[in-house]
Ligand binder design. Structure first.
Ligand SMILES: NC(=O)c1ccc[n+]([C@@H]2O[C@H](COP(=O)([O-])OP(=O)(O)OC[C@H]3O[C@@H](n4cnc5c(N)ncnc54)[C@H](OP(=O)(O)O)[C@@H]3O)[C@@H](O)[C@H]2O)c1
Length: 311
């Protein structure tokens, strides 16, 4: 089974500080699951909550109430907010519904956490940029071109005041995993290619994808050094979706002609996507000594899991 090439090693402080106790709100989601598992390796009883599911407590961003979680009295210093109504199309179609949860409700949640002395960790995205130039630094002014990006940009703007400066915002590139069937970036392409199906991949979608294990590693590392503020978090390699798909086709040993180069404009979606979302992670590099997994190794791992499972 392909797993993270490099497992995060929580409890191995990079900055000489122990890992603070951290609750995970949105623990059933993609990032939340991985973060909860990492914290539970150090603190097996780490609290996870979500809007539905098998959790002791449920929390709805539409009307958050953290009192039943008893965070402060249980020794929690941080809370991951990986809960959100995600998806560009969803945010575009349901602006009021998503904004009520992703902005208004999330700010209220952050306000309550701050009131208990708990530091919120909120995830932003490269979609806060219009994507004309790319190479965005941590400090680059935001300029969203879709509702998802606008909601995230508003959170970036308002969270510092609501939390009185005690917050952490990892601003992520596209997050992916290596597990067959995880429906993330490489897996979705490998699934189609391995069946001999075409993959339409935009030549003009340029980004810095980041392995989920590396995101976990970065978040825990930033907590361990006591960092606050906003940090771009992505791998240093800049890829187009087309080049990724082509490299994957080659690694799978399938006909590269299955990869059709398109433009994002060809998708004719009723909203714009950020074309160049590549980020520069200066603050992260200054704070932590992180090595991101090379994309070639990630592509090889996904291709291997598909080849071993039979094409
Ligand atoms: N994954 C990426 O590539 C990426 C990149 C940049 C930023 N981010 C951000 O990182 C965060 C986590 O992303 P993700 O990929 O883990 O998303 P995800 O898999 O969609 O997880 C979001 C979680 O929030 C829950 N949720 C939905 N509505 C809720 C509500 N009203 N109250 C409480 N919880 C609710 C979801 O539950 P249900 O499944 O039951 O709806 C799900 O468990 C999001 O803020 C996302 O925008 C992700």
């Amino acid at each position: 089974m392909a797993s993270n090439l490099k497992e995060p090693a929580p409890g191995t402080p990079q900055g000489g500080r122990r890992l603070p106790r951290t609750a995970v709100i949105g623990a059933g989601g993609y990032l939340g699951r991985h973060l909860l598992a990492a914290y539970q390796r150090v603190y097996p009883d780490t609290l996870g909550v979500d809007v539905v599911g098998p959790w002791t407590h449920l929390l709805d961003l539409a009307a958050p109430d953290i009192r039943p979680l008893k965070l402060r009295e249980s020794g929690y210093e941080y809370a991951i907010i990986s809960a959100a109504v995600t998806g560009l199309a969803r945010c575009e179609q349901d602006k009021d519904y998503t904004r009520a949860r992703n902005v208004t409700g999330t700010l209220e949640l952050a306000r309550q956490l701050t009131g208990e002395g708990v530091i919120p960790v909120f995830f932003s995205t490269d979609n806060v940029f219009d994507g004309r130039e790319g190479g965005y630094t941590d400090e680059a002014p935001t300029s969203p071109v879709n509702e998802y990006g606008a909601q995230k940009a508003e959170m970036e703007r308002r969270l510092p005041e609501v939390t009185r400066g005690r917050y952490l915002i990892p601003r992520l590139g596209k997050v992916f995993g290596l597990i067959r069937g995880d429906r993330t970036l490489l897996d979705e392409m490998a699934e189609r290619l391995s069946r001999g199906q075409e993959v339409a991949a935009a030549r003009d979608q340029i980004f810095c994808p980041v392995l989920v294990g590396d995101v976990v590693w970065a978040v825990l590392g930033l907590q361990e050094v006591g960092a606050t503020g906003l940090f771009n978090v992505c791998a240093p390699e800049v890829w187009s979706r087309f080049d990724l798909a082509l490299a994957l086709a080659q690694a799978l040993g399938v006909d590269p002609a299955l990869v059709k180069g398109i433009s994002l404009d060809d998708l004719k979606e009723p909203f714009r996507r950020t074309k160049r979302g590549d980020l520069r992670c200066r603050r992260l590099r200054a704070a932590l000594n992180l090595e991101f997994q090379p994309m070639a190794a990630c592509i090889a791992a996904v291709a291997k899991s598909y080849r071993e499972g039979g094409l």
